[in-house]
Design a binder for this molecule. Structure first.
Ligand code: AMP
Ligand code: FE
Ligand code: FE
Ligand code: ZN
Length: 301
């Protein structure tokens, strides 16, 4: 190894709300000098086979993952959506298969209802949207954002998320999901290492870390949480120190990732953050459900 390897542990393909095929994503990663990709589509393992085959051809590392939609109830008024990354889950674990299917189905119903509401005020339709998404892919608000952009109502995905698709918008509906601790326990059962994706991404700048949901984090550790995705562009600098400290005190590894969704899907670029070899080793040592792949020249494990 002549350079520090770039390990990008969290990316999305068109099997969920990314724009690239898994194969194209791997080609782009190779071009940009990334050494290993974690493919973590929302609530599906569908892209793994194509991603792995492409990684092998290109001499890239491949880490199979999923990003599970979950929720946490922090108080009678506060229900938040939390994404849990599960690294190397057994893709055939019956309960995991069943739960992911349930979440994907509920995402379709929820997206349809949102489109129904939006279409009372703006000219978009569910039929038009289905023509633009890959059959079977996990549907999310990005598919609706793309329709709003095609109709000229917003400039791009981000503009849609800031307005019509925002969580506080009257058109917003949430999908069915497991609770954070249920998802963590299920991930562990399926042989995966669970990691909180972009933790505290809505943490307001200038707010005191004393306001953080310390108790909830401890509950997740008790359920089996193994890591925190600290290095992600949406994790506010003010929260990072608290997270690093928490990770150290609870023996969690930390990861760095892009959360790439394709060019135009999000500004996030492949390889913009990386996970250290040491943290990667720790992740591998604590997961066993699915095989990862490392080309020989990268095999420093
Ligand atoms: P959903 O899963 O349907 O609630 O939609 C959330 C997904 O939308 C996230 O996983 C992100 O990938 C994507 N997303 C959120 N905010 C933005 C944004 N500003 N621009 C593009 N994509 C976004
Ligand atoms: Fe996404
Ligand atoms: Fe996420
Ligand atoms: Zn993601």
């Amino acid at each position: 190894m002549t350079h520090q390897p770039v390990l990008d542990l969290h990316t999305h393909s068109n099997r969920s709300d990314g724009l690239d095929t898994p194969a194209y994503l791997m080609q782009r990663a190779k071009r940009l000098g990334v050494d290993l990709i974690g493919l973590a589509d929302h609530d599906t393992t569908d892209g793994w086979a194509e991603g792995l085959a492409s990684a092998k051809q290109l001499g890239l590392g491949f880490l199979p993952a999923i990003e599970i939609s979950t929720h946490a109830v922090l108080s009678s008024k506060k229900r938040i959506s939390v994404h849990i990354l599960a690294y190397r889950p057994d893709p055939n674990h019956p309960k995991l298969v069943e739960e992911l299917a349930k979440t994907r189905e509920s995402r379709v119903g929820r997206a349809k209802r949102m489109v129904e509401l939006i279409s009372e005020d703006y000219p978009i339709s569910w039929e038009e949207i289905t023509q633009h998404i890959r059959p079977g892919s996990t549907v999310g608000r990005p598919a609706i954002a793309d329709a709003l952009a095609r109709a000229g109502i917003v400039k791009d995905r981000s503009a849609a998320f800031d307005t019509i698709l925002h969580k506080s918008s009257p058109y917003y509906i949430s999908e069915h999901s497991l609770s954070t601790t249920e998802a963590i326990e299920l991930a562990i059962e399926a042989g995966a290492a669970p990691v909180i994706a972009h933790p505290l991404m809505d943490f307001p700048a200038g707010k005191s870390t004393a306001d953080l949901p310390d108790t909830h984090f401890k509950e997740m550790v008790e359920a089996g949480l193994k890591g925190l995705e600290v290095y992600h562009r949406q994790v506010p600098k003010a929260a990072r120190e608290w997270l690093l400290d928490f990770a150290k005190n609870h023996n969690l590894f930390t990861t760095g990732s892009s959360d790439y969704h394709g060019v135009g899907g999000k500004v996030n670029e492949l390889g913009e953050n990386s996970t250290s070899v040491e943290d990667f080793r720790s992740l591998i040592a604590q997961s066993s459900g699915a095989d990862y792949y490392l080309p020989e020249e990268l095999d420093w494990l």
